[in-house]
Design a protein around this ligand. Structure first.
Ligand code: COA
Length: 383
């Protein structure tokens, strides 16, 4: 007896479906075309945004529906900085939260402490002020965790800096080179939103229950940290380190596949062609290389050779399922070249994606309907 159907379920998931192709929301935020390799964010192709507009502009696009004029840009920059500052003021009362072994767990604990403070004194202000403060706070907590881990003290935000540059400064302990800040800015724009990915869906589910924004973001960070979602770039860098030089890529990948392991940074649930964000990040790394960033060029060459080998070897094994580079592949190279430690890669993903999560929470609140799907009961039924 199919009890789910009896209860009026439209679509019955099977064990293997992973909700592929199930539409769970109407959104004006972003669209992923997996067949053509196209990502549209707020009506713009990602190639027209990354490296061309800053993270503040992308936030405006997601939160207000349009790229900003100068006044809105500086108001958003100010609200992001307020969020960084709110989080910094919170650090002395965080207890053990910043000591967690993994950065995403620390981020979840710290963000949970933020509670309703982001909404503080936002009455009469645009709705995006709360979104900006929460997004800003993620950067401070992530940077503070990295500093603690490296044996240093957290560094106070500088509200005169753009979000990407200040995040990098708070991590590195000194002003970041302009080229590195630009590359990180391009990265944050690239990853800010990406359709109904697992962490965004998580944020929307929490928002749909009427819960608060911070709870939605904490839950989303939990979903992001998994290796099948945002946890891949650290392992990608480990892989490149293990391969060492381009000529060894094919043999190394053959051995990994032979041992039944997945190649991190390859494959995607939606894309059947190369993830367009990989190309955008590759371009940003090449610019970093032109600016003379130590190591960026050699790593980029190694990454390209590894991608070619992985693509060829995966195509031999999966003739009907194209498995190409995803965003995480070049994320690893870019964040490393920008001077971020690999343990901070996933929290850095959250720094950018927080903008999208917040926008989806806002959109979900407007939709105003509890997300409550069905399951198919396969257990015993009492006689
Ligand atoms: N390396 C080796 N094999 C891979 C692979 C990878 N990176 N990605 C998928 N495959 C194989 C699977 O083993 C499976 O093989 P099978 O049919 O013989 O069992 C087949 O391709 C289909 O994989 P499936 O798990 O159904 O795909 P999915 O849509 O659920 O997975 C990912 C998408 C992203 C989870 C998957 O490609 C992956 O694990 N990639 C590595 C992690 C990563 O880069 N994550 C970041 C995503 S942005």
């Amino acid at each position: 007896m199919d009890l789910a159907k009896q209860n009026g379920a439209q679509h019955v998931a099977t064990k293997s479906s992973g909700l592929d192709g199930v539409v769970v929301a109407d959104t004006a935020l972003s669209e992923v075309d997996g067949e053509r390799g196209r990502l549209i964010v707020g009506g713009h192709d990602i190639e027209a945004l990354a490296g061309r507009v800053g993270f503040e502009d992308l936030c405006a696009l997601l939160w207000t529906g349009a790229l900003p004029d100068a006044a809105t840009r500086s108001a958003i920059a100010e609200a992001l900085a307020e969020g960084r500052l709110l989080a910094f003021e919170q650090i002395p009362s965080l207890g053990e939260a910043l000591v967690a072994e993994d950065g995403s767990s620390a981020l979840m604990a710290c963000m949970a402490h933020l509670g309703a403070r982001a909404a503080w004194r936002s009455e009469g202000k645009p709705a995006w002020v709360e979104l900006a403060r929460v997004t800003g706070a993620v950067a401070t907590f992530a940077a503070a965790w990295a500093r603690r881990r490296a044996g240093g003290a957290p560094i106070a935000p500088d509200k005169s800096l753009r979000h990407a540059a200040d995040f990098l400064r708070m991590v590195r302990g000194a002003a970041a080179p302009e080229a590195a800040a630009r590359a990180l800015d391009a990265y944050l724009v690239t990853v800010a939103d990406h359709g109904m990915n697992a962490s965004t869906f998580t944020a929307r589910v929490v928002a749909s229950t009427g819960s608060d924004l911070v709870s939605a973001i904490v839950a989303a960070i939990g979903a992001l940290k998994g290796p099948l979602h945002g946890g891949a770039p650290g392992p990608v860098l480990d892989m490149l380190d293990a391969i060492g030089e381009p000529s060894r890529a094919a043999a190394w990948i053959t051995a990994e596949l032979g041992a039944g392991r997945r190649i991190m940074g390859m494959g995607h649930r939606i894309y059947r062609v190369r993830d367009p964000r990989a190309a955008v990040l590759e371009r940003a790394i090449a610019e970093l290389e032109r600016d003379g960033s130590a190591g960026a060029g050699a790593r980029l060459a190694l990454a390209r050779a590894t991608e070619r080998a992985a693509e060829t070897l995966l195509a031999e094994r999966h003739r009907d399922r194209p498995l190409k580079a995803n965003v995480e592949f070049y994320t690893a190279v870019l964040l490393d070249a920008a001077g971020l430690p690999r343990e901070l890669f996933t929290p850095t993903f959250a720094v950018g994606r927080a903008a999208g999560w917040c926008a989806h929470v806002q959109e979900q609140r407007r939709a105003g309907r509890l997300i409550r799907p069905a399951s198919r009961y396969v257990g015993p039924v009492p006689a």
